[in-house]
Design a protein around this ligand. Structure first.
Ligand code: ATP
Length: 210
């Protein structure tokens, strides 16, 4: 029996034979109104479990099928995301939907991203509560060919999906953006539920008070 002390094929040789390695990137779409530690914990679990190069948080401009009255301007949501992801080198922002404006359909985004980055394999992170809605997503049959959906379990949801989903186990965190907004409105503490920088931003800008 031999013990390998170095790879049989080096990265360079492997690239020569197989072509350049494709980048593995997950998109994490959401309203992030505001981002909370549940989002960060699930993104970290997906990125590390699947061994991805990057997890890109992608705030929507305006989600389809959702009452958007409570969503604050994208600039605030982006500023909080920026502060939240800064310490993690695997995390970054993807602002294509905010820049495009209007209602954010994932299929439009994925067509554009796949064309702009043909060397990248895309994953798309969704919480278990979103899985049941997948059949309603615009052009879902084309979309599942452009991304691999990655599901993260969420308490209270037992999803069955007609579409292929890779499930990743992450610690169950029972926090939602709605609970954060409600707590702020009631002047309750959100410390440890969002990163300190996000709590500071909410307080400085006076967000979610009514
Ligand atoms: P809201 O309470 O306003 O509906 P949210 O906390 O669900 O917001 P979104 O920005 O709508 O946050 O969520 C983005 C994605 O993250 C969705 O796919 C959602 O299912 C998922 N998600 C959010 N919080 C959790 C959580 N605690 N556990 C698992 N998935 C989550």
């Amino acid at each position: 029996q031999t013990t390998l002390t170095r790879p049989v094929i080096t990265a360079e040789v492997s690239e020569e034979i197989l072509g350049p390695r494709r980048k593995q990137v997950a998109l994490f779409g959401g309203t992030f109104n505001p981002v909370h530690i549940g989002h960060l914990i699930m993104a970290e679990a997906v990125g590390t479990t699947l061994g991805l190069d990057r997890v890109l948080f992608m705030p929507d401009n305006q989600p389809p099928h959702v009452d958007h009255k409570s969503a604050i301007p994208a600039a605030h949501r982006v500023a909080m995301l920026e502060a939240a992801i800064r310490p993690n080198p695997m995390f970054d922002l993807e602002l294509t939907e905010v820049r495009r404006g209007g209602v954010s359909y994932t299929i439009d985004t994925m067509r554009a991203l796949r064309e702009a980055h043909p060397d990248t394999d895309y994953y798309f992170i969704i919480g278990a509560d979103m899985v049941n809605y997948l059949p309603k997503w615009r052009d879902i049959d084309e979309l599942v060919k452009l991304v691999t959906f990655v599901g993260v379990r969420r308490r209270g949801f037992t999803p069955a999906s007609a579409y292929p989903i890779v499930w990743v186990d992450a610690p169950l965190i029972e926090i939602s953006s709605s609970t954060i907004r409600e707590r702020v409105a009631k002047h309750q503490s959100i410390r440890y539920l969002v990163p300190d920088a996000v709590a500071a931003y909410i307080e400085k800008e006076g967000l979610y008070l009514d």
